[in-house]
Write a protein that binds this ligand. Structure first.
Ligand code: 5GP
Ligand code: SF4
Ligand code: MG
Length: 465
């Protein structure tokens, strides 16, 4: 998901709409905006579909007045699977002592089921099936005398990954979980402030990037300035390494590094680790593009757009059902026949999850008359599900959970298939020494199976770590 918030500028909701539009790659199912204005009070609008189709008309933006606003774009990782119910669309808003608050959450709460059960037993009335709603109820029950402290109380009970953007009538609040699994950055916009999942959304509103919110930090922002707190026990951070590989936009800066350059580095590492003689390096667009460029630069094999992407389709993976995903590949990608015929082609993609994309693409490219097909993948085999906000399927559905690299190659019937090593990936994100086995610098659980937070709900339901 993507979260964005603005305080201290007129028509804040318009800025939020623009910010969410720049974060659309983080969630395409639905979006919502809440605003506060002293006369109009809290106002909200929640819609299915793209930001550009819902939050551009005067009609709707007029209903969201004020200098304080937050928003969310949704990609369901918990709660109802399949088409989202409108009641699950964030931001969530609740009124309770001290005036209430609205919150938008990116990440996934790993003890949400347990919390929900406890809260319901004690009388909380849930409106949605979303894990994020727990935070509002925990805040409502807290005995603290102001909302930021209630939020600290609430979040100390929450396990897992959370980058939260919240608002009261007067404050914009941003928090990252102690491991800092999901990103969150602070920007300056005119005389006001902005919080965003990624820097690319600051660029779109002309905001200046100030700094990242630190893992475990809470910032409370008013027109007067930014107050910083560290409400949690401090631990070494474990940022999601997959944000660098796939999730974030290539024009964003993460941890002081250009995502684009990191991806190009991944391609270079891949070319060093798993070279192959071929005529062309082609990305599986768009997610494989920077890595393919890096592979081509390192190997000297020409880069070419052997697969053309229809720009009017969304991200296939984020389509909730298997059937839509299967069609999705063909609706979205087509082979550039004239270029491919008779060539030995290296295809670079960011990841293999179920193997749907790679299988379809291999068929398409052989149909087009390619002489050889070599897959190079910009992440290690995805062998474990993510419980921290990326919607990987159950373990059984992951190709790499049941097959070795050799078996996957046979299964996909390609001439070769190689994944970047975990150490190679760490080098590409700037860790010259690779992965520190005793205390890894990132979360890489979907590749290593080492979960930095025990996924308590899942374990209770029988998941074996
Ligand atoms: P597969 O087709 O193997 O199931 O999925 C891999 C494809 O899904 C890749 O092309 C990748 O770009 C895309 N993808 C989209 N969203 C995600 C995600 O959240 N996780 C992973 N691992 N891949 C994703
Ligand atoms: Fe990121 Fe993978 Fe960790 Fe999920 S399990 S937070 S996708 S590195
Ligand atoms: Mg892709």
């Amino acid at each position: 998901c993507g979260v964005f918030g603005v305080v201290g500028v007129a028509d804040a909701a318009t800025f939020v709409a623009l910010g969410l539009h720049a974060l659309q790659h983080r969630g395409q199912e639905a979006g919502g905006i809440v605003s506060y204005d002293p006369e109009a009070g809290f106002q909200s609008a929640r819609r299915f579909g793209y930001v550009r189709d819902n939050f551009t008309s005067q009609d709707i933006m007029q209903t969201l007045p004020g200098e304080l606003s937050i928003g969310h774009v949704r990609y369901s990782t918990s709660g109802n699977k399949g088409p989202t119910a409108i009641r699950d669309v964030q931001p969530f808003f609740g009124e309770f002592a001290m005036g209430g608050a609205a919150i938008a959450h990116n990440g996934n709460i790993t003890n949400a089921n347990a919390l929900r059960r406890e809260l319901i037993e004690r009388g909380s009335i849930f409106q949605s099936s979303s894990d994020s709603e727990c935070i509002i109820h925990l805040m409502a029950r807290s005995l603290q005398q102001n909302i930021p402290e209630r939020m600290e109380d609430a979040l100390r009970r929450v396990e897992g990954a959370f980058s939260v953007v919240a608002m009261t009538r007067t404050k914009l609040i941003g928090v990252r979980d102690p491991l800092g699994v999901r990103p969150l950055v602070l920007g300056r916009v005119g005389d006001g402030w902005a919080l965003s999942s990624e820097t690319c959304a600051l660029d779109i509103i002309g905001a200046e990037f100030v700094r990242e919110i630190e893992p475990g930090e809470m910032v409370v922002i008013t027109e007067k300035g930014v107050e910083s707190h560290f409400p949690f026990r401090r631990v070494p951070s474990r940022f999601c390494i997959f944000e660098h590989v796939y999730f974030s936009r290539p024009d964003s800066i993460l941890g002081g590094r250009s995502v684009y350059e990191t991806r190009e580095n991944i391609g270079r590492e891949l070319a060093k680790e798993s070279p192959v003689d071929a005529d062309l390096v082609c990305p599986v667009p768009d997610s494989g593009t920077p890595a393919a460029i890096g592979f081509s630069l390192e190997s000297g094999i020409p880069y070419a757009m052997g697969i053309i992407r229809n720009q009017y389709m969304g991200r296939t993976f984020i389509e909730p059902t298997e059937q839509i995903r299967n069609m999705g590949v063909r609706l979205k990608l087509n082979v550039n026949r004239a270029l491919i015929k008779g060539k030995r082609v290296i295809l670079v993609d960011d990841s293999v999850v179920r193997g749907t994309t790679s299988r379809k693409i291999k068929e398409m490219i052989l149909d087009a008359g390619a002489a050889e097909v070599h897959f190079r993948i910009a992440s290690p085999p995805t062998a474990w599900p993510c419980f921290y906000g990326v919607d990987t399927p159950q373990r059984e559905k992951l190709l790499a959970a049941t097959m070795s690299e050799e078996e996957m190659r046979d299964h996909l019937q390609v001439d070769s298939l190689k994944f970047i090593s975990l150490d190679g990936l760490y080098r590409a994100v700037g860790e010259a020494e690779g992965r520190k086995a005793d205390c890894p610098q990132y979360c890489d659980a979907c590749f290593s199976g080492e979960y930095p937070v025990i996924p308590a709900d899942q374990v209770k339901e029988g998941f074996q770590m």
